[in-house]
Design a protein around this ligand. Sequence first.
Ligand SMILES: [Zn+2]
Length: 212
Amino acid sequence: MNRIGKLYFRYGTMGSAKTALLLTQAYNFEERGMRYLCMKPIIDDREKDNVIRSRIGIERRCEWIYPDTDIYSTIAEMYRKNNAVNDWILIDEAQFLNEQQVDQLARLVDDFGTNVVCYGLRTDFQSRMFEGSRRLFELADSIDEIKSTCSCGRKTIINARIDSTGQIVTDGDQVEIGGDDKYVALCRRCWRDRRIASANRNALRFEASNSQ
Ligand SMILES: [Zn+2]
């Protein structure tokens, strides 16, 4: 097989329109009659309909990727059945892939010439890299940043987790199921300022409750 594919990683913070870009790409492939497939790691078992949805109102069907899914075998089997190879595979929330699954995607690119585009976050709410993202940085042929702007005008870097009162949360599990309202994308400086403000407010509350 002489087709040459590429493994792409396109990363950005939450709210940087990654999903909208993925769906726009899917739409363009349809227009041009190209074979493509959308996939997404499943993190919420309550999720029943397998679609990728964007806030701007478009959606496409997708295949779920479970933690134990062997993506290489699944896709290679599909190619055999269809007797055709896909031009493109688009993956949403790629930060939730595990290292082995990113390796499997790289192998798909190299063996079949399929282009694989992974959209995802670089880091979690504690500013640490996700497993899938780290492996993508290590292996991808092409890496680009989808930039978005903090309310102060700087580029967003951090996906900060917030509680119901808007205070920054610094402890907890890496993945917390729930709406986008639990997160806010911030530049590094605003993240620092807001963490200090949250810590001060908690300290004041602590003092107040102790002096009663
Ligand atoms: Zn800022």
